[in-house]
Design a protein around this ligand. Sequence first.
Ligand code: SF4
Ligand code: SF4
Length: 206
Amino acid sequence: MHPTTIDLLYGSSLSGKFQLAHRLFAEFGAQFLSLAALQDHLITLRRLQDDVHRCMAESGMPAVCRNCARSNATGGCCSHAMTDENDAVLLLFNLLAGAPVELQRNEGAECLFLGEEGCSLQFKPYFCLNYLCRRLRHLTSPALLGRLERASGLLLQEQYAVEQLLLPLLDGLPQNGCQRAGKNATVKDDFQESSGLSFFQTATTP
Ligand code: SF4
Ligand code: SF4
């Protein structure tokens, strides 16, 4: 039995999800980016991400995490197993937002997206964005922690909204974004006519 589109987007090997995201972007990125709704979301995503980064910078978290990852053989909390938290939809909207999606290493200990300067992804999985270890919590004032948690929550909500916009286009389900914007339906139809499930079935790696 062939895997479903959802299986492939979320349940493939990392290499399968990585290649799928890149192929989807190469073949359909321009069509997705022509959607006004997606453009609006990308603007909001960048603004919310700036808010998160500002809070993190104020607390000094990036330097602490960088040092932690460098001094820890397993990459701090960015361990190899965490790589798989990234699904093809999240990687795709990193690409749609103009962010590079490149594997940084493959040494078996750290997350494959962990670069020399920390996480190389612009938009990260739920766990990565939501996790603050005890050291970071001690380092941060309650007021700043509150601001950071609110900002992260809003960013995660927006990431979820983008996922909900893209999924019907990818999966061919007539819901959410497809019903909201006539233009979306065109993209979905093009997508299905020119590729459909066969696109996904050839996009996986053994
Ligand atoms: S969140 Fe904590 S454990 Fe993870 S890299 Fe940062 S300092 Fe280290
Ligand atoms: S995706 Fe980024 S934040 Fe998450 S584990 Fe990997 S390097 Fe760390």
